[in-house]
Design a protein. Sequence first.
Length: 225
Amino acid sequence: MTFSDGDFVKIDYTAKRVSDDSVVYTTDEKAAKDAGIFNKDSRYAAQLVVVGKESVIKGVDKELRKMDVGESKKIEVSPEEAFGERRDDLVTVMHLNDFRKRDINPEPGLQVDLDGVVAVVKSVNGGRVVVDANHPLAGEKLVYDVKIVEKVDGDDKRLGALAEAYNLKPDSVSVSGGTAKVSFGDKTEKNADYFVNKSAFVRAAFQYLSNLEKITVDEGYAKSK
């Protein structure tokens, strides 16, 4: 079996820097704990990938097409097919006052959003703040240990897998004649994360399921006791 553009597959993987063999990403909770990168807010489970849709780095996407369900493979990825080469023009010096106007106290290591550009504060000295908008793994050669867990077929299952990828657990999902119906009952907490994730899920559904013309979301609420 080979995979084509638009196929939905779930993969388990662990990614390491070639330079020092350190783990940078993993879907395995134990591997994350062993590597000292465990995050209690992260979800450790097989990751959904839509082949050919930039949902995973180019070097991995290219090799997934040649694999089969259940197959494992070690994939070495160059910076060009991972997170790009480092660019000097993405490292800039800003005035401390620019941060104070945004009510930000810059400290080395702080990730900041500067008018839609995500950057990391590298240093603060004498009223000058150096920020780096390169991806943290820019310029790094990576190696991925990947296993294809399953292929997701059928629009109902694909839409359900997309919802899961955005940390949503709908009570029911159905797709018929270009219209999708998704239900979130009163047991689903409707907090800020829910609304953000729901919006992202809807955008992704239209992007990855080309036959969808309409999505209806049914929400249930119960009176607080």
